[in-house]
Design a protein around this ligand. Structure first.
Ligand SMILES: [Zn+2]
Length: 127
């Protein structure tokens, strides 16, 4: 499951790509394939399925803020509150496409389960 999330791979077979492109290809950020190119399973199982990913995205954003906050207070104890806010905001800004993509694949992994049978090379499952 972690492999699927961090590698942005299909939650079912961990082989096919989940996203159309990488998160920093801004025209396609978060664009999910309709089907897995390897096992053929659908990613868009119903309209609006990925709206729920917004909750995950929110959680990731909060976690990232706390992480930057803690990291800054350890690495730069003399940092002013303004500097801290700038550090947090720029992290969120730079990380936004990645967090967005991450939230979608985490969301998908909550519902789609890894299936070892479909992971084999060339073991295509029909549509
Ligand atoms: Zn697949």
């Amino acid at each position: 499951m972690l492999y699927s999330i961090l590698g942005f791979k299909c939650p079912y077979c961990h082989t096919g790509d989940f996203f159309v492109s990488h998160p920093y290809d801004l025209r396609h950020t978060g664009d999910v394939h309709d089907h897995c190119g390897h096992c053929g399973r659908r990613f868009n199982i119903e309209p609006g399925f990925y709206y729920g990913a917004m909750y995950v995205s929110y959680a990731i954003g909060v976690a990232a803020m706390v992480t930057v906050w803690v990291a800054c207070s350890i690495l730069f104890p003399d940092l002013s509150p303004t500097g801290l806010v700038i550090a947090i905001l720029s992290t969120l800004l730079v990380g936004a496409p990645y967090f967005y993509a991450l939230s979608k694949i985490i969301w998908a992994n909550l519902f789609f389960k890894y299936d070892r049978k479909s992971a084999g090379p060339g073991d295509q499952v029909g549509h």
